[in-house]
Design a protein around this ligand. Structure first.
Ligand SMILES: [Zn+2]
Length: 160
């Protein structure tokens, strides 16, 4: 597993299929491929349990050399929306509303981030491709060189 930094912009993928959450067994963190929270007998740890949502989505990162896709997981993703995974699930699956992406997308457009990425090979994936995961993400400066405000976005605070 490799870790490295890039500096660039982040934007959400324009992907209708993106659900922004996944469901997992809270005991063993095994991902279960379903969209609805329900009780399961986990095939991995054999426990009977209730599925738990986890924030999971992909973003596009753009820097001087081009753009690439990376995955945001868990708390890091939740911080992007200032929402818990449970709320994201609620909006998408119960209320059937789109996530309020618009303002976040606009927020992101003017910012440059220092992004720590982790290269990880997915065992379960069909296409054995390396996947990039964002392990931390710190706002570096506004792309427009506006005076930086220290109160914006405390994402990645724990990575110091
Ligand atoms: Zn399990």
């Amino acid at each position: 597993m490799q870790s490295f930094y890039v500096e660039g912009k982040i934007s959400f993928l324009d992907d209708e299929e993106q659900t922004f959450y996944e469901l997992m067994c809270p005991k063993c963190k095994n991902i279960v491929r379903t969209k609805i929270i329900k009780g399961i007998d986990c095939g991995n740890c054999q426990k009977h349990t209730m599925l738990t949502p986890r924030c999971h989505f992909q973003v596009q990162m753009t820097d001087g050399s081009g753009s690439t896709t990376a995955t945001l997981l868990g708390e890091l993703g939740e911080n992007f929306f200032s929402m818990r995974a449970e709320q994201i699930y609620d909006i998408i699956n119960i209320k059937k509303d789109p996530l309020p992406l618009q303002c976040t997308q606009q927020d992101l457009a003017n910012k440059v981030f220092k992004i720590q990425l982790r290269n990880s090979y997915c065992r379960n994936s069909d296409d054995a491709l390396a996947k990039l995961f964002v392990s931390s993400c710190v706002k570096k400066h506004d792309a427009l060189q506006l005076p930086t405000s220290l109160v914006s976005l405390d994402v990645g605070e724990s990575s110091k």
